[in-house]
Design a protein around this ligand. Structure first.
Ligand SMILES: [Zn+2]
Length: 262
């Protein structure tokens, strides 16, 4: 049974978020078959929520320099092949396929606005102030603005491993940030406040269980958590255990650096 626009709108409404703005992370495949695909999901989101933003990150602009600051969770000089393939950031560059097709579909709408970070851009509809708030020194400012407006995170068939807002909460908790570099038409730009790794983020789920609203749409488990509550939960967890939410992959440079330098 294909999922239709009305099923999506019914599911989103069942979360009872009112007109609060949302940041969406998504897997189109998780719904099963959707009549009209990503366009239908985006259309249903916009029919339900006044403001919608999504990350439209562009990792293919990234460069690895030969040298740089210490304790930066990067192997300098290791990116020769990747550097050769790096592309200049342009405002029309498609979102990385890792983000899923839904953010890219949102970005391509004529009334969408996109922020200008060469790696960590966000696209939004009816969220101009949030989108405009981003800067190189505050890449996750759009999430902070959404939180001020009592915004919510919406996870469509994905879990907290892709929940970008947790990166912002980690920064609020004082966790180490890194530096990365991007290729732009104006030259190589330094991108400070690069976040840690998100592989361990779903460990926050039990802390949020009481505050999580959920609904199954098609075959997609859909969850919503208020941003302010998410921030509080992440900060509390890291205060209690400075190594919380790190991943267990032995070769994870960012998680290992945080363990080493804390
Ligand atoms: Zn990790």
């Amino acid at each position: 049974m294909a999922v239709h626009r009305d099923d999506l709108i019914g599911g989103f409404r069942a979360l009872q978020l009112g007109s609060k703005p949302v940041i969406v992370h998504s897997s189109l495949k998780s719904f099963g078959e959707v009549d009209g695909g990503a366009e239908t999901v985006v259309s249903a989101l916009l029919a339900t929520f006044d403001s919608v933003i999504a990350p439209t990150f562009t990792y293919k602009t990234m460069l690895t320099p030969l040298t740089g600051p210490a304790d930066n969770a990067i192997t300098y000089g290791s990116g020769t092949d990747q550097n050769r393939m790096a592309e200049f950031y342009t405002p029309g560059m498609p979102a990385d396929p890792l983000m899923g097709i839904i953010p890219e579909t949102l970005r391509r709408l004529p009334n969408a606005r996109r922020s200008r970070h060469p790696i960590l851009s966000f696209a939004g509809i009816n969220a101009d102030a949030a989108i405009a708030s981003q800067s190189m020194d505050d890449p996750f400012a759009p999430i902070a603005r959404l939180a001020e407006q009592d915004g919510w995170v919406l996870l469509l068939g994905v879990n907290h491993m892709v929940d970008t807002s947790i990166h912002y909460a980690e920064k609020l908790a004082g966790r180490r940030q890194f530096i990365r570099w991007a290729l732009t038409p104006q030259g190589v730009r330094e991108c400070p406040f690069w976040p840690g790794c998100s592989f361990g983020f779903d460990a926050i789920a039990p802390d949020l269980a009481r505050h999580t609203r959920s609904v199954v749409i098609g075959t997609a488990y859909t969850q919503a958590v208020e941003l302010k509550i998410l921030f509080e939960a992440v900060i509390a967890r890291i205060k209690k255990d400075p190594l919380a939410l790190l991943c267990q992959r032995e070769d994870c440079e960012r998680c290992n650096t945080i363990r080493m330098i804390r």
